[in-house]
Design a protein around this ligand. Structure first.
Ligand code: UDP
Length: 464
């Protein structure tokens, strides 16, 4: 037996982890792998060829690449508008290589080593049947919030088949603004965003994911108990398997090294020159796209508000543009040194910087957690998937930010930024989020909720 901190684990237990190949899923899975490694487990990361992580950043892990077959549909990709298509595709193409690799590993263990379990992203619902066949416990990593899973579990996606922007355009605006009976925190307009234009695909993906989560050996959550206490109680009834809220994962280590895009670090010296809490940090994550007219509205909003800003614009994030060609005329000259635009930022360091005053975000779960951990209030512009749910929790439940109800529209943008940066309401949001920041730190300390939950997880895996 080996002892690591307060936890005792058997020698030579290996855990095999398999992240979905998107930045917001790779980051937490690799962070989780690091956490488990520091508790004495050996780590293998299975990954797709698409968006492969850089193994040289993790010399202490074993990496195994499998072919997910995206190259075979490369010519169709520009015409595929349904994001869940890729997720459903991966759940078919990864079955054989995943099973073959695991079967080989189990048949031919290295020395005295044994595989304790496999941990896959919850979105890899196919993996439950493979793990069952191989008699290997499967734990899922859920990279979204508990609240998101409750909402997904409650929403009847298949009855909302006609609930698209087009379908709603003929209905009175009051219907669009009304609460959804199955999850009253959400409005119908939020559900339209969640399902985008493909309720059937979204419904199938979510139904399969939730069903296989419920039959797994346990769920690891990148959240902390104090943030989602009542959701945790409901989850323990609706998902009667062990739950381990051990997050936020990124707080266990210095800033993450799993970025798929090179981070522009030159902006840190620009931030050093700005006044405390003066900068609006804008980033819409690694996947969201916006139209040219939405891009214009963002630019006008930032221009008009007159505050310093740091704006992440990923290449091809704006539909039909390579990078900044669609900016309003003379925008960059007008802004001068007041604003910076970069392709990708060291986000955790930006949020931790004293100059950062607020975070205008697409409301991805990692971004929200990172903002909470640094006590930075938010302006939310959710695009799809879990983002509209996260944004409602930020604005209506935790009250640590505002939601731009009218989407990307310059007057609403200016009002939202002003509210957070200059109004009394914004000060109150800052106080509430600072309070949550303290609770995060306590939860990770010895005896805190996330720390205890992690000890339980390590004991649980060691018992397999
Ligand atoms: N991120 C980053 N630099 C950027 C923008 C984002 O490092 O310029 C990181 C961010 O810190 C987070 C992840 O990318 O960990 C995005 O995950 P999130 O769940 O917020 O959104 P997604 O990209 O999955 O939509």
């Amino acid at each position: 037996m080996e002892t690591h901190g307060s936890v005792t684990t058997p020698r030579c237990r290996r855990i095999v982890l398999f992240p979905l190949p998107f930045q917001g899923h790779i980051n937490p899975m690799l962070q989780l792998a690091n956490i488990l490694h520091t508790h004495g487990f050996k780590i293998t990361i299975i990954h797709t060829e698409y968006n492969s992580p850089n193994p040289s950043n993790y010399p202490h892990f074993t990496f195994k690449s499998i072919n997910e077959g995206f190259s075979e549909i490369a010519d169709q990709i520009p015409t595929i508008t349904d994001a869940t298509y890729y997720l459903r595709y991966l759940n078919k193409t990864c079955v054989d290589p995943f099973r073959d690799y695991l079967a080989g590993l189990l048949a031919d263990p290295a020395g005295e080593e044994t595989v304790a379990c496999v941990i896959t992203d919850a979105g890899f619902y196919f993996a439950q049947a493979v793990a069952d066949d191989l008699k290997l416990p499967r734990i899922v990593l859920r990279t979204s919030s508990l609240g998101c899973v409750l909402a997904f579990d409650a929403l009847p996606f298949h009855s909302y088949i006609n609930l698209t922007k087009e379908g709603l355009s003929n209905t009175p605006i009051s219907d669009y603004e009304a609460s959804v009976p199955e999850y009253p925190l959400l409005k119908f307009k939020d559900v339209v965003k969640i399902i985008t234009a493909h309720p059937q695909g979204m419904g199938d993906f979510i139904t399969n994911t939730l069903k296989q989560m419920k039959t797994s050996s346990g769920i690891i959550w990148n959240t902390f108990k104090e943030l989602e206490e009542s959701a945790l109680e409901t989850i323990s009834q609706d998902f009667p398997i062990p739950s381990f809220p051990i997050g936020p994962f990124h707080k266990y280590f210095p800033a993450s090294s799993s970025s798929l895009i090179e981070q522009d670090r030159t902006i840190l010296s620009w931030l050093d020159k700005q006044s405390p809490k003066s900068v609006v940090y804008v980033s819409f994550g690694s996947v969201a796209h916006i139209t040219k007219s939405e891009f214009h509205e963002v630019a006008h909003g930032l221009d008009n508000i007159g505050l310093p800003f740091l704006w992440v614009v990923r290449p091809r994030m704006v539909d039909g543009s390579e990078w900044l060609e669609s900016l309003p005329e003379k925008f960059l000259e007008r802004i001068g040194d007041r604003g910076r635009i970069v392709k990708w930022s060291p986000q955790q360091e930006v949020l931790a910087h004293p100059a950062t005053g607020c975070f205008w975000t697409h409301s991805g779960w990692n971004s929200i957690l990172e903002s909470i951990c640094e006590g930075v209030p938010m302006i939310c512009s959710p695009c799809f998937g879990d983002q509209p749910i996260n944004a409602r929790y930020v604005s209506d439940v935790w009250k640590i930010g505002v939601l731009l109800e009218d989407g990307f529209e310059r007057v609403g943008i200016e009002t939202g930024i002003k509210q957070v940066m200059m109004d009394k309401e914004g000060e109150e949001m800052r106080e509430r989020i600072s309070c949550l920041k303290e609770k995060v730190n306590l939860s990770l300390d010895e005896g805190g909720s996330s720390c205890e939950s992690l000890n339980n997880l390590v004991d649980y895996i060691s018992s397999f």
